[in-house]
Design a binder for this molecule. Structure first.
Ligand code: GH3
Ligand code: MG
Ligand code: MG
Ligand code: MG
Length: 312
């Protein structure tokens, strides 16, 4: 089904990609109308391991954001066309950057300036005369915060699994990678059975405990190269690269089985919950979208034929 040599290649590629995104340096976007300032601050920050895109024209910011996703913005306050505050306001209007940190650079850091900068939605004013080491420290700590905000936005807040958008991104990447190197990936949609009843009987917090327990079980059961996400309320998507179909099915059945044996206790009452799953393999599909549809159709079939089962 999948040749061993190809098997390791896909897993290796996914490991590389995970490592790369982990090790990405903090990214700074810097705008100052004076090229000498851009050069000075860029090289200072780069020498401390940060990745910097520097520019002198505010209109270059938007096109840059398409491929460079900064963790922190640094804008010069005084610029001829659009000043740093106006630029900060504009960035704040973009959904993706509405809470990213923004520092405004100025040669005069009077209190009055500080107040208007914070009112305009920037995080702080930083003087161009700040000692280099202090400047770097401030930039790193704020960029780290920006980075954390962006990465927590990609996770589901209850379970810590990838959110709907991010699990789809991971699934599509794995699918494309698998197709390119002639390997395979399994996409599974798992949905808890009669979950509305669980909520109705044991309350929303009882339901949340079940969701958390299921997320923990997934995290314990899957490999580092597998991806798991909360696709919707009580529906989860798993992406298992490079497992021959029988192994993928066996593994998911083991998870289904273990989950069905967990005894939950809520206000003295004991109960169990089961799940149904639909699987699709990239090898059965011509397009990524087909895989999603097939997994969904199989999930529906699992529900229709009695639940607590997987359909491939
Ligand atoms: P089926 O077996 O056909 O999937 O039935 P079901 O009851 O699981 O499916 P249905 O879609 O009717 O209900 C899903 C329920 O999941 C409804 C909703 O209240 C609950 N739910 C969705 N998100 C959450 C959540 O974050 N926490 C809790 N506790 N419940 C949630
Ligand atoms: Mg200037
Ligand atoms: Mg359900
Ligand atoms: Mg559902």
């Amino acid at each position: 089904f999948v040749k061993p040599a190809e098997t390791t290649l896909l897993v290796r590629k996914i490991h590389q990609w995970l490592k790369m995104s982990e090790k990405q340096p903090l990214k700074i976007l810097l705008v100052d109308d004076q090229q000498s300032m851009v050069d000075y601050f860029s090289s200072l920050l780069r020498s401390h391991g940060l990745m910097v895109k520097g520019m002198t024209k505010p209109e270059q910011v938007l096109p840059t954001l398409e491929q460079f996703e900064p963790d922190l913005f640094i804008f010069d306050l005084y610029m001829p066309d659009v000043n740093g505050l106006e630029l900060a306001k504009m960035i704040r209007q973009l959904d993706k950057y509405s809470s990213s940190p923004i520092l405004v650079l100025s040669s005069d850091d009077t209190m009055q300036n500080k107040v208007s900068i914070i009112q305009a939605g920037s995080d702080d004013l930083i003087s161009k005369q700040t000692a280099p080491s202090l400047f770097v420290t401030q930039v790193i700590s704020r960029a780290q915060r920006g980075h954390d905000i962006r990465s927590s936005a990609s996770r589901d807040s209850l379970t810590g699994l990838l959110n709907h958008t991010q699990i789809l991104v991971a699934a599509r990447r794995c699918y494309n990678l698998a197709k390119r190197i002639n390997s395979s990936v399994c996409i599974a949609m798992l949905d808890l059975d009669h979950f509305k009843q669980v909520n109705d009987t044991y309350g929303h917090s009882g339901g949340d405990k079940v969701l958390l327990a299921f997320a923990h079980l997934l995290q314990q059961s899957l490999r580092p190269v597998d991806f798991m996400g909360r696709y919707g309320g009580e529906e989860f998507m798993l992406v298992l690269p490079d497992l021959p179909a029988p192994l993928a099915i066996a593994k998911l059945n083991a998870i289904r089985e273990s989950f069905s044996h967990i005894v939950f206790v809520e206000e003295g009452a004991e109960f169990k919950v089961t799940l149904s799953g639909g699987l699709a393999f990239s090898t059965e599909c011509n397009e990524f979208q087909d895989c999603l549809l097939l997994a969904d159709k199989n999930l529906y079939e699992a529900k229709r034929t009695g639940r607590n089962r997987l359909i491939t």
